[in-house]
Write a protein that binds this ligand. Structure first.
Ligand SMILES: [Zn+2]
Length: 169
């Protein structure tokens, strides 16, 4: 498992502000598109009003899906900050739980993806997990609390377009 490091773990704050100045629903405009669509980057298919995994029809249009769009632009919807001594001591288990949660969610909901897991300021006891979807961020926080207790704080910002989750133990 590669953990990317960043010297500015809270750079997401400036991302948030930057996005507010843009069209906020640039990542949610799918409904206006004609079906069927397939994403050339991840292969997900838009069919019957929702994104799903499966074989694309031969006449499908090619359009980048909202999740790949966010990944390409590096604009997360969810930010999960993890901190504390327990995190440091159970690092591997915690990463495994987060990845596992994502895999289960993504199988059913293709747009729910982890974008990155980064160490904050190169510290061993602080991680930032970014996601393409607010519900995935919330789910990760709840899965951590369910498995390990700890303190969980969940906060929507910008009219529920962003979610900040803070877990500490
Ligand atoms: Zn895609």
């Amino acid at each position: 498992m590669t953990i990317h490091q960043t010297s500015t773990g809270f750079k997401s704050l400036s991302h948030e502000r930057a996005l507010l100045e843009q069209e906020i629903d640039a990542y949610q405009a799918t409904e206006k598109l004609a079906e069927p669509i397939t994403c050339p980057q991840c292969g997900v298919v838009f069919h019957k009003g929702r994104w799903q995994w499966g074989a694309a029809e031969s006449d499908a249009h090619s359009t980048i899906c909202p999740a790949c769009h966010r990944i390409n632009d590096n604009v997360p919807a969810g930010f999960v900050t993890l901190e504390g001594e327990f995190l440091k001591e159970h690092h591997e288990d915690i990463i495994h739980l987060i990845r596992n949660h994502e895999q289960h969610q993504r199988a059913e909901h293709p747009l729910k993806r982890i974008m990155d897991i980064e160490r904050i300021d190169d510290k061993e006891d602080a991680l930032l997990v970014t996601t393409t979807d607010v519900h995935l961020a919330k789910g990760i926080g709840e899965a951590l609390r369910h498995a390990y207790q700890g303190e969980l704080e969940i906060k929507y910002t910008a009219g529920e377009h962003f979610l900040r989750v803070h877990w500490r133990r």
